[in-house]
Design a protein around this ligand. Structure first.
Ligand SMILES: Cc1cc2nc3c(=O)[nH]c(=O)nc-3n(C[C@H](O)[C@H](O)[C@H](O)COP(=O)(O)O)c2cc1C
Length: 358
């Protein structure tokens, strides 16, 4: 019923340019215009990780609420966690528009946003407002941090953000995988990643007191097996608390219309589902399941979420299916996921994590 309602409204919404539609959706959320939905509350969906209680495993991926403006309303749509950001220390405009492209026939998006955001000071004020709400939104708030476009010394930006925002985060996601900031993805290589992580851990120790937020690293799907092995050994050695797999892809799988595929930027949605799943499955095996993982990339249904959890994800996130399936996607996925668990005899999500590897 809910998805039918949205599929009726979608053609009208898709006549509007993607970034304009996104801005209107955020405004509608902030002003309470979008209907609240009954969120699925079931102990079978609860996950406790890093001493945080996630009411369900379905989160909103980074990039939707870049400036932490609509956290309360987003939780009202049924997300168990929301990852705000990517935030950079200083405000920046991002790349010239247009910079988001839809492909409804493939349920895909390409974006080359380049981290437009309000910067750490305004982000912090927005976050304080959200955290000050009574009751506090029922869900976990992650903060995704990145570097400014012209920063030559990435450590400076990541450390500045940990100082400014770390104490307020339920978790921190270190974004080294967006394809639209020159040089960012090179930070995933062993020689760059290890010193960066050491600096970040040291900053967290200095700035975040006795209850430091867990530190997660968000990776690209375009990593070959050798790179995956390298990263697996670095994150184990560095003691990273979690991984987010994956960001958007520079790949253009066959079958995408030329006009769409020729756009520069990161591809998301259904065409990256298999590659994101594969990378997650591999790295889970390479790390012997020792590092909790958030699976993201092309997740649109309860079956998709379930497959990611069986492959090793403790939590999942989505962005593009929110565009194609609508505002009730989190709730729908939770209901479908419950049915998958029941069908296969699992009494809760926790039991299903990594089941394919046993
Ligand atoms: C328009 C758009 C903007 C995004 N911005 C960010 C971002 O700022 N930081 C980030 O880590 N990921 C960003 N992402 C990537 C998503 O968080 C997610 O990793 C990716 O889209 C794959 O998930 P999906 O297939 O469910 O969309 C963005 C994605 C889209 C479509």
């Amino acid at each position: 019923m809910l998805s039918r309602l949205y599929s009726l409204a979608r053609p009208a919404l898709f006549t509007i340019a993607p970034e304009t539609a996104h801005g209107l959706t955020l405004s509608a959320l902030k002003s309470g215009l979008l209907p609240k939905c009954r969120t699925v509350s079931d102990p079978a969906l609860e996950v406790t990780l890093w001493d945080r209680r996630f009411p369900n495993p379905v989160g909103l991926a980074a990039g939707f609420d870049k400036n932490a403006e609509a956290l309360g309303p987003l939780f009202s749509l049924g997300f168990g966690h929301v990852e705000a950001g990517t935030v950079t220390p200083r405000a920046q405009e991002g790349n010239p528009k247009p910079r988001i492209f839809r492909c409804p026939s493939a349920e895909a998006v390409i974006n080359r946003m380049g981290f437009p955001n309000v910067g750490a000071t305004v982000f912090k004020a927005n976050l304080e407002r959200a955290l000050g709400q009574k009751p506090r939104p029922n869900g976990v708030i992650g903060i995704n941090i990145g570097m400014n476009k012209n920063q030559k010394d990435p450590e400076k930006d990541y450390c500045a953000l940990i100082r400014a925002l770390g104490p307020m985060a339920d978790y921190l996601a270190v974004n080294v995988s967006s394809p639209n900031t020159p040089g960012l993805r090179r930070l995933q290589g062993r020689e760059r990643l290890m010193p960066l992580l050491q600096a970040i851990f040291e900053e967290r120790r200095k700035s975040c007191g006795t209850m430091p937020p867990p530190l997660l690293v968000k990776l690209a799907p375009d990593l070959d097996e050798e790179q995956q092995h390298d990263i697996a050994s670095v994150v184990l050695e560095a003691g990273v608390d979690g991984l987010i797999l994956t960001n958007t892809s520079l790949d253009r799988p066959e079958g995408l219309p030329d006009r769409f595929a020729s756009q520069a930027g990161g591809l998301s949605g259904a065409p990256i589902r298999d590659m994101s799943l594969r990378v997650l499955r591999n790295i889970y095996a390479m790390t012997s399941g020792k590092i909790p993982m958030i699976g993201v990339g092309g997740i649109s249904t309860g079956e998709d979420a379930y497959a990611r959890i069986r492959a090793g994800a403790s939590l999942v996130q989505l962005y593009t299916s929110f565009v194609y399936r609508g505002p009730f996607t989190a709730r729908l996925i939770c209901e479908e996921l419950l049915a998958c668990l029941k069908r296969d005899g699992f009494s809760n999500v926790r039991e299903a994590i990594g089941a394919d590897h046993r």
